[in-house]
Design a protein around this ligand. Structure first.
Ligand code: PLP
Length: 403
């Protein structure tokens, strides 16, 4: 086989569909969030980032940066091994205690990313509980879908956020161990699931509840414990999964739950056992970030204010965006080529960076710009973004009228 010819032809198809991914070459500037340098054709220019998942700018918070620098100086760079073979550092232990406390659970377990935590935990639960069935919300993240697939357990998909459909499907499964997997904040539409109703259905059927709070930890709840904390439901969920890579500004993932559940995953998950532990400095920085957001409301409040302001401005200018109760503002384009083009123009002409979101991250025909305002975007930044989008929308309308 001519392997390269095969690879090139598949890539050509992707390009023809407008779904080929091009990464922006950025250099974030610590202390100047949300600005970054964009490197292009040998030059560098200042841009404002509008699509970061470092939602609160914690990746540049002095407490977090200092914690990381101090831990590098005291412990060095890498962990030096898997958790079992020399890689467990005191900073991991402190972070796991911090996470268990954040969600009011007996125990927590760290992974190298949120993706790996979902993949490892779901595959271990699905394969390690005899005759288990996993009921998965139809819009669950790829990491959950892959974990379920890898478990080889039977899978039943229920309609997005539809707890009545879940109830019917749990009934149909009958007397087998059931795991219900869903998210709190869905990252592409920004909608929030009806957690209370889902939990009640799980309880009625004796199902194990598994929630992904990746886009909610640090962001919701009085201590940043996510939507489950805000709604007072954390103690009714069996497993809460989260990331350290978004609102906490670091990298890594975790699960929290009962001591027995967490120890079970720790003891049987290949995605935990056979990989080098997170660098101690990352654990120290994440601990500092979580501690800060447990005590401080300032970042969450400022962010909410920015989100509300941008939404109101977009509505006033007639820029189509999905309404939801979260911090994510999807501006709908509905065409991959236009989406890429608008993103390029925003970057090149306006110094505004918003990555286009195309298939397979979202279904074809729902391509969008996913805007995530942060606490440090100023009124002037918002005005500039809205002016840029309004100008582009007018040009598109004009082009349609002429055609
Ligand atoms: N779960 C959801 C819902 C996500 O959107 C993501 C990533 O965006 C992940 C898990 C993976 O988390 P991480 O980026 O920490 O790997």
């Amino acid at each position: 086989m001519d392997f390269d010819a095969h690879f090139k032809s598949r890539l050509e198809t992707l390009k023809a569909e407008g779904n080929y991914r091009v990464f922006a070459d950025l250099e974030r500037r610590c202390g100047n969030f949300p600005r970054a340098d964009n490197h292009k054709n040998g030059a560098r220019r200042d841009v404002t980032v509008w699509c970061s998942n470092d939602y609160l700018g914690m990746g540049q918070h002095p407490d977090v940066v200092n914690a990381m620098v101090e831990a590098v100086q005291s412990c060095g760079t890498g962990a030096g091994g898997t958790r079992n073979i020399g890689g467990t550092n005191h900073h991991h232990i402190l972070l796991e205690a911090e996470l268990a406390d954040l969600h009011g659970k007996e125990a927590a377990l760290l992974f190298t990313s949120g993706y790996v935590s979902n993949w490892a935990a779901l595959s271990t639960l699905g394969s390690g509980i005899p005759h288990a069935v996993i009921l998965s919300d139809e819009k669950n993240h790829a990491s959950m879908i892959e974990g379920i697939r890898h478990s080889r357990a039977d899978k039943v998909v229920w309609r997005h956020n539809d707890w009545r459909d879940l109830d019917r499907k749990l009934h149909a499964v009958g007397d087998r161990p059931k795991i219900v997997a869903f998210e709190s904040v869905y990252s592409m539409d920004g909608d929030i699931s009806p957690i209370r109703e889902i939990v009640e259905v799980c309880e009625a059927h004796g199902a194990l509840s598994y929630i992904d709070e990746v886009h909610a930890v640090g962001m919701y709840g009085p201590r940043g414990g996510g939507v489950t904390e805000r709604e007072g439901l954390a103690d009714r969920i069996d497993l809460i999964e989260g990331t350290l890579g978004k609102a906490y500004g670091c990298v890594g993932g975790y699960i929290t739950g009962s001591a027995a559940l967490v120890d079970f995953v720790r003891s049987f998950a290949s995605g935990f056992i056979f990989t080098t532990a997170l660098p101690p400095a990352v654990a120290a920085a994440a601990t500092a970030s979580i501690k800060h957001l447990k005590a401080s409301q300032a970042e969450r409040l400022a962010q909410r204010d920015r989100v509300a302001r941008l939404r109101a401005r977009l509505t006033a200018e007639g820029i189509p965006h999905l309404e939801n109760d979260s911090h994510i503002i999807p501006v709908m384009i509905g065409d991959p080529v236009k989406c890429r083009m608008i993103s390029d123009i925003l970057m090149d002409d306006w110094g505004v960076y918003v990555q286009p979101i195309n298939y397979p991250t979202v279904p074809k025909g729902t391509e969008r710009l996913r805007i995530t305002p942060g606490p440090l975007h100023t009124d002037a930044d918002i005005d500039h973004l809205v002016t840029a989008l309004t100008s582009l929308w007018r040009q598109c309308a004009l082009a349609r009228a002429v055609a």
